[in-house]
Design a protein around this ligand. Structure first.
Ligand code: AVI
Length: 323
C-alpha cells in the first residue's frame, strides 16, 4: 500500500480508561447526570452507529450522500485541484470516498480518529480505492486540542471535511472551539465542507433517534455495558431505558438513559443513586438553522462560500473559506 503511515498523537489506552472514569464520575455527580457523547463510540458503539445509519428513520446519511453525489462537480470546482483533505473523526470514511473521487488530483488524505482499528480500516479501504493518494492516518481524540502535522504535506489548499452532522453533537461554545481549530489547521485559503442537520418536525426527529428496531436504544445502553466492562461498573442494563426527546427551545434532540426504578449503582469505585425516572443525558444533536450556523462558523473564522440542500430542506452541505 502506498503512502500510509500511522501517526499516534495523544494518549495510549490506559490513559483513555482514566479519562473515561473521570468523565463518568464527574458526569454522574452532577445534579443533572450527563456524560460526554464521545464515550458512546467504543468498537460495539461504532458498529451500532453504522447500523443506525442504515435505519429507515435515520435520514441524515442518505440525504448527505445524495447531496455529495449530486453536487460533486460544483464542490470540486470550488475546492480546485491538489487539495489536501483532513477529517476529524473519520470513522468508516465512506462519504470521504465520494469527495476524494470528485476532487481533481487530491494531494493527500489525513483521517483523524480516536479508534486505531477504525482508522486503519478506513485508511486501508481508501488506499485500495485511491492507490496513488498519500494517506496519513492520525490516531487522536479530536475533541481535545491536537496539532496536526499538515504543514509538511505539499498542497494547494487544506480542506476540512466534517460530514454526518457530527458538529451537532457539540454544544455551541464547543462547536465554535472545534470549528476554530479546524480553521487553524486549514490555514490561509483553507476550506471547510460540513454536513449540518436542520430543524424539522418533532416526530421525524424523535423517530430518527429512537428507531423501531431499537438499534439506537442498544447504542445508548451500550454506554452502561462499556462502563461495566472498562471501569468496573455494575449497572443492570434492564433497569434503564433509552429515551429521545426534542427540545425546541435549544433546537436539539437529546438522548437519555432513564432509570426504570429507584436504584443504586457503582462505577469507577464510586456509588451513585438514581431516582425512578431520573435520567443520564448521553448525547445532544443540535439542529441548526442554516443562517444561525453561518453565524456560528463566522465566530470561528469561516466565511460562507456555498451551500447545498435537499428539496425538503432537511439537511445542508455547507462550504466555508477561512477569512
Ligand atoms: C454521530 N452523530 C452525528 C450522530 C447524530 O445524529 O447525532 C450520532 C447519533 N446518535 C444517535 N443516532 C445517531
Amino acid at each position: 500500500m502506498i503512502g500510509i503511515e500511522e501517526l499516534m498523537l495523544g494518549a495510549p489506552d490506559r490513559d483513555e480508561a482514566v479519562r473515561f472514569a473521570r468523565d463518568v464520575v464527574h458526569g454522574l455527580s452532577r445534579p443533572r447526570k450527563a456524560t460526554p457523547p464521545k464515550w458512546l463510540y467504543d468498537a460495539r458503539g461504532s458498529a451500532l452507529y453504522e447500523l443506525i445509519c442504515g435505519q429507515p428513520e435515520y435520514y441524515p446519511p442518505r440525504i448527505e450522500t445524495a447531496l455529495l453525489d449530486r453536487h460533486a462537480d460544483e464542490i470540486a470546482d470550488a475546492v480546485g485541484p491538489d487539495a489536501l483533505v483532513f477529517e476529524y473523526g473519520a470513522g468508516s470514511a465512506r462519504k470521504t470516498a465520494l469527495l476524494l473521487a470528485a476532487l481533481r488530483r487530491p494531494a493527500a488524505y489525513v483521517p483523524v480518529d480516536i479508534s486505531r482499528e477504525a482508522l486503519l480500516g478506513a485508511a486501508e479501504t481508501m488506499g485500495a480505492r485511491f492507490p496513488r493518494l498519500p494517506i496519513r492516518p492520525v490516531v487522536a481524540d479530536f475533541t481535545l486540542p491536537v496539532a496536526l502535522p499538515l504543514g509538511e504535506i505539499p498542497c494547494s489548499r487544506r480542506v476540512a471535511f466534517f460530514p454526518g452532522s457530527t458538529i451537532g453533537n457539540f454544544d455551541p461554545p464547543e462547536a465554535v472551539a472545534l470549528l476554530r481549530r479546524m480553521a487553524l489547521d486549514a490555514g490561509r485559503g483553507g476550506m471547510l465542507l460540513v454536513g449540518v442537520d436542520l430543524p424539522k418536525e418533532e416526530a421525524t426527529l424523535v423517530a430518527a433517534y429512537d428507531d423501531a428496531r431499537g438499534i439506537t436504544a442498544a447504542f445508548d445502553l451500550n454506554l452502561l455495558a462499556r462502563m461495566n466492562r472498562e471501569i468496573g461498573g455494575d449497572f443492570r442494563l434492564s433497569a434503564f431505558r433509552h429515551v429521545a426527546v426534542w427540545d425546541p427551545r435549544l433546537s436539539r434532540v437529546e438522548m437519555h438513559l432513564e432509570s426504570r426504578e429507584a436504584q443504586v449503582a457503582s462505577v469507577a469505585g464510586r456509588t451513585f443513586a438514581f431516582g425512578m425516572g431520573e435520567t443520564v443525558h448521553t448525547e445532544s444533536a443540535y439542529k441548526w438553522d442554516p443562517r444561525a450556523f453561518d453565524a456560528l462558523a463566522a465566530i470561528a473564522g469561516w466565511r460562507t462560500e456555498a451551500a447545498w440542500m435537499d428539496d425538503r430542506a432537511w439537511f445542508a452541505l455547507k462550504l466555508y473559506r477561512t477569512g
